[in-house]
Design a protein around this ligand. Structure first.
Ligand code: GUN
Length: 293
């Protein structure tokens, strides 16, 4: 039997509609709307695309977006000075520095310079630290992991007591999603490129989160019948039949795994749209803290 498709595009549209309603209410009550500042250092084409999508999404829900672009050879103090200016602007409720930064910059120092109350990406070391600790609340939950939890909840997946296996240990997805699942009382295993044999771990999963960045690496023989699969991968593979010469695939071999799983996210249209939806939600949450409805 084929798995239920977890439609991230539809869930993200619901979240965006909910955010747009509250932005409208804020405009009515206070005559102002939430503002998100994006900072892009350099000209990485993928990062340019992501920032463009974030700016457009802001505008679509009625938020203000402030777009800052710095040259790739900017110094540490130039980047941090820009972040501090944005921190000081009361019209800005979220400050997002697009990652990765050029190699000569100290990423942790830049992320630490973001005002904790405007850290809508949730990447400030204090926010991540609070996320890791029992009984501490981060001000913001990182967007992709937050989106994954939202998809699982809206699909009615039971997390408490479930065996969750996360493949990938990145700061942006693998680590924080594992922490969130743990806080929801799942039993969590984190696997990575050195886990041997990977399939021995993945086959135990009731919930499998694939965030490795390797095209179609998770195959049907690596999963248990009935597993819920969340595919975070976005990989380009050559495809001469497509006008642009490539197609996007996830970290999961979708066609074969869908025959074994009970539910699965497609790529594209699964986790991807949720990241931006949760960024908008975090920006709204930030603005509501100073202007409650
Ligand atoms: N690079 C890859 N994903 C993200 C994200 O969610 N936020 C930022 N700022 N940079 C990223």
């Amino acid at each position: 039997m084929s798995a239920k498709l977890i439609d991230g595009k539809a869930v993200a549209a619901d979240v965006r509609r909910e955010v747009a309603e509250q932005v409208g209410a804020m405009q009515q009550k206070y005559g102002r709307v939430p503002g998100l500042a994006t900072v892009l250092v350099g000209e990485d084409p993928a990062s340019q695309t992501y920032v463009r999508m974030k700016v457009r999404a802001c505008e679509e829900v009625g938020m203000r977006s402030i777009r800052k672009v710095l040259p790739a050879d900017s110094t540490q103090s130039e980047v941090e000075a820009l972040v501090r200016d944005l921190n000081d602007d009361p019209e800005i409720h979220g400050v997002l520095v697009q990652l990765p930064l050029p190699g000569h910059l100290d990423e942790e120092a830049v992320l630490s310079s973001i005002d904790l109350t405007k850290d809508v990406d949730g990447f400030h070391p204090v926010n991540i630290g609070r996320l890791a600790m029992k009984g501490r609340e981060p001000l913001f939950i990182p967007c992709t992991p937050h989106g994954i939890l939202e998809l699982l909840d809206r699909t009615g997946v039971q997390l408490e007591g479930a065996r969750a296996v996360v493949v990938g240990r990145s700061n942006i997805v693998g680590l924080p999603v594992a922490l969130l699942l743990m806080h929801r009382n799942a039993t969590v295993t984190i696997c990575h490129s050195r886990s041997r044999p990977l399939s021995a771990f993945t086959r135990q999963a009731d919930i499998l989160v694939a965030a490795i960045g390797r095209p179609e690496m998770i195959t049907a023989d690596m999963v248990k019948p009935g597993v819920v699969v969340i595919d975070v991968g976005v990989n380009r593979v050559d495809d001469p039949t497509r006008a642009r010469g490539y197609r996007l695939v996830g970290d999961v071999a979708f066609e074969e795994v869908r025959e074994v799983a009970s539910a699965i996210t497609p790529v594209p249209g699964g986790v991807g749209p949720m990241t931006i939806a949760m960024l908008l939600k975090n920006t709204l949450i930030s603005a509501l803290r100073s202007s409650p409805l």
